[in-house]
Design a protein around this ligand. Sequence first.
Ligand code: PGA
Length: 247
Amino acid sequence: MRQLFANWKMYLNHEESVELAKYVASSIDGKEGVKITVFPSTLSFTAVHDVCHETDISLGGQNVAWVPKGAYTGAVSAALMSDAGAEYVLVGHSERRYIFGEDSEAVRKKLEAVLDAGLTAILCVGETKEDREADKANYRIQKQLMALEGLDIPEGKLLLAYEPVWAIAGHGDVEPCTVKDVAEMHAMIKETLTQYTAVSVPLLFGGSVNAENALAYHSLEDVDGLLVGSASSTKEGLTALIDVLAA
Ligand code: PGA
C-alpha cells in the first residue's frame, strides 16, 4: 500500500479545505492502492474531520504545543488534536524550524507530547542548501535525529520524513531532489535510526513531489510514503497524485 500525506499548510481557507476534503472523500472509492492522510489547518480541522471520519482518510495536525493544557495563549496541544480526531502530528517541519525558530529542544518536547497523547509523530528532518553546499547534509540530519535519544517509542508511533529544505516549494528557488540523492539519504537515515530504536520507522520523502515524480520516489526501497505540500492542496494536483499512486 502506498502512502500519501497531504500537508495543506496555510494554502486553503475554510471553505476550500472542506471542499477539497469532500472532493477527495468522493474520489477515493475503489482506489485501494493508496492510503491518504490530510493535514488541514487547525481552524478547519473539525470540519474536515466531519467530512472524512467515515472514510479511509486519516487526519493529522500540522503542529502542536508541547504542554497538554493550561495558560498557553494561542497554543493547541497534542491532547486537543487527539480529541479532534487526529492520528498523526508533524514535528520539526522545516517551516517550523527555520521560519518560526523551533530549536531541537522544542522538537524533542513536541515528540514527547505527541507520543504521550497516543498519537503518531512524523519527525521531519532536512538540510538547507547551505548545509548541502558545505557538505554537511549528513551532519545536519544526524544532528536533527538526536531528538530521538532515549525516547520511548512504541511500535508504529513514529514515522520519519526526509525533506531537504532546498527542495520544498514556496520559498524562492527550489530544486527537486534527484532520486539517487533520496535513495542515498534514506539509506543513511535508516542506518542512523538503528542507534535510537529497534521499532520499525517508515520513511517518507517530501519536497516538490507531484504526480510526475511521485512514483519514481515511492518506488525506492527505503521510501514508504510521500509527504506532499503544494501539489496536494489543489483538486487537480491531488487527484493526479492519487491516480498515479493508486495505479
Ligand atoms: P512541497 O512541501 O510539496 O510543497 O514542496 C512539502 C512539505 O513541506 O511537506
